[in-house]
Design a protein around this ligand. Structure first.
Ligand code: MG
Length: 356
């Protein structure tokens, strides 16, 4: 199965509701879809999301990156998968989103070649996941209403976006806890929005009140690993690195520093599944749990992340709700959702087809 061409196209997907974090606000998301064509007539599908404020990758840089990578992969044989992956990762520095899109397309072909779903080839630990659902930053009343709505729709783990105003965040969380009752788990994601001391103050206030939070994601600036460690050492709730940890080497750094309790793995940060497997192995041998999340990605990317999350045992939390936040279905097949459950499917590769 030799690669004969790699094509890209841009799709635009409307969101049900404006997505708001401490870093940005979005009404629609654009994704770059990759089609890897082979001499067998079988195509592999991948995708990337431009998330400039996190990865630094823009729509144009992703398309340019894939064009560059393409020159190195033409005529390569999927049966020599390691060679392809080494070439993909060494032919260009950075460009993790472009690499992820190609990596996802290559794993799709790998599964199709060996006639198995990718998650089975990677370890096949489970065929069902449970996801949280994201609540955007808005007024306390609106966030309480959105949270109540999510709980009524069967979600028992909410990921609450905070980090714009510490005092207001406490009021937001009080309103949410009051609306959803005591039996719902709450993760707060500050998207780097707090100063270290401010983070400790606000998290402690939440811990000492009846808000009860279960996880805190990326409380401080991504590059401030000392600040991250300070927060981790001064609160009881487990702290998760998101923007601070892209690569396996980043993971080694935060683990060696004991800067976090958990790592959020996203394929757009690692550059795809090949590096995500290295990262999770490093975490596992250091007894660090992981979660798997995504950017504002099409179902192609989220489906690939779900296959990765289903394959391994030390992934203890899943944040793959993006397909539930979209109102367009451009992509067929792949994972299915029922309330907060995600079901992996039995098709070869990632089982995705695309409407043209
Ligand atoms: Mg995050």
């Amino acid at each position: 199965m030799k690669i004969v061409d790699i094509k890209t196209k841009v799709i635009s997907i409307k969101l049900n509701k404006t997505f708001k974090t401490a870093l940005r606000s979005l009404d629609k998301m654009e994704n770059i879809i990759v089609e890897i064509l082979t001499d067998t007539g079988i195509t592999g599908y991948g995708a990337a999301a431009p998330t400039e404020v996190i990865t630094g990758d823009t729509k144009k840089s992703i398309i340019g990156g894939i064009e560059y990578i393409k020159k190195h992969l033409i005529n390569k044989d999927i049966r020599n998968f390691e060679d392809i992956m080494v070439t993909l990762n060494r032919c260009i520095e950075g460009n993790t989103s472009a690499k992820a899109a190609v990596d996802i397309g290559l794993y799709d072909l790998y599964g199709k070649l060996y006639k198995a779903p990718v998650y089975k080839l990677l370890g096949g630990y489970r065929n069902k996941l449970t996801t949280d659902i994201t609540i955007s930053i808005n007024s306390p009343e609106e966030m309480a209403k959105d949270s109540q709505h999510a709980v009524n729709n069967g979600f028992n783990y909410l990921k609450i976006k905070v980090g714009k105003d510490a005092n207001m965040d406490v009021i937001r969380m009080q309103a949410i806890r009051k609306a959803v009752g005591d039996n719902v788990n709450l993760l707060i994601d500050a998207n780097q929005g707090f100063e270290p001391k401010e983070a400790v103050r606000v998290i402690r206030r939440m811990e000492e009140s009846d808000i009860k939070i279960n996880l805190v994601e990326q409380p401080v600036y991504a590059k401030d690993l000392e600040g991250l460690r300070y927060v981790t050492n001064n609160v009881n709730v487990p702290v998760v690195a998101d923007e601070s940890t892209f690569s396996p080497i980043d993971a080694m750094k935060v683990i060696n520093m004991r800067a976090v309790d958990m790592i959020n793995i996203k394929l757009m940060k690692t550059g795809g599944i090949y590096n995500a497997l290295k990262l999770i192995t490093i975490a596992e041998v250091n007894d660090i749990d992981c979660m798997v999340g995504s950017m504002m990605e099409s179902k192609i990317g989220v489906n690939a992340a779900a296959h990765f999350a289903a394959s391994r045992s030390n992934i203890v939390h899943v944040d793959l709700d993006v397909p539930l936040l979209c109102c367009e279905e451009y992509i067929n097949g792949g994972i299915t959702y029922n309330k907060n459950n995600i079901f992996l499917q039995a098709e070869d590769g990632f089982g995705i087809t695309i409407n043209n």
